[in-house]
Design a protein around this ligand. Sequence first.
Ligand code: UDP
Ligand code: MG
Length: 336
Amino acid sequence: MNAEVKAGFASTGTHERAAACALSVIVPVYNEEESVPHLCARLFATLDSLGKTFELICVDDGSRDGSLGALKAIAASRPELKIVSFRRNCGQTAAMMAGIDHARGDIIVTIDADLQNDPDDIPALLAKLDEGYDVVSGWRKDRQDAAIRRNFVSRVANRVISRISGVALHDYGCTLKAYRRDVIKDVRLYGEMHRFIPIYAAWMGARVHEMPVRHHARKFGKSKYGLERVAKVILDLIVVKFLDRYLVKPIYVFGGFGLISLAISGLTCLLMVWLKLVDSISMVQTPLPILAAMTFLVGVLSLLMGILAEMIVRTYFESSGRRSYSVRETVNFRDR
Ligand code: UDP
Ligand code: MG
């Protein structure tokens, strides 16, 4: 990280501090040197016209082209442009997480660097937030990417995510989203999870709205992703779901599975006795003994793993001072 950029953030980095501006716009940038000047010009045109205090945080995700230089050139004359530069490529989610960690605005807007999202949509998102929503998520209704390989696959993936998460959006992957700071200040993002922020927020009781936004074909550079992202997204979703429901009580998952397995083992033993007594079939003639032994072992091991997981979870909560609940507000606790 560049020294003066780092120094600029050093006193303001943590999100516990009072907000110092109305709006933080966060842009993950990875090898987008041609887009950067257009992007900043478009964003500044929109943001200047809003009449709010704002900051534009560009997170250079270890670009190997001239993106960082292009950003610095603009930052020299626009102090609202702040740059966080990674040593190496850490991924879009990490870039957005760093942006959120450094943001000081009451409202946080995320947008792609490649101008596929339209900066002109930002005022509409903010207007929706003003109506009382905590999260407004863009929906690339008329998506301008490869028809089958991107659009169709993502439509199916979005259905799956919607079903598993219970939060009905059409388009989780759209980066253009606006949040009230308090609903995302505590989220920690890993892997491909930035797209699940609305899900986290909804689970925490936030009001989430989805609105159609414009989407353009990529003009410069190329997409950083291929099909493998779908698998990553689905795996991340399983983790998110698991962490949400069972982080506090992993024994319910492991133990539940273990008990089912032990029950199958018991039933198999009964079946063996039944076959012997009623049909005079010896258990050695059937595969049942193997089934009974395997399910018994799996059952016992799952229970033990559940207990181990419980111990890990306790260490996790106690060592990091985390709580297993999330408080929206308290009343009359003034002296705390
Ligand atoms: N990006 C990033 N780090 C990465 C990959 C992508 O910061 O490792 C940024 C990229 O510069 C762009 C946004 O994430 O601003 C979305 O990437 P891309 O346009 O390649 O994704 P697509 O629109 O094809 O889904
Ligand atoms: Mg893109």
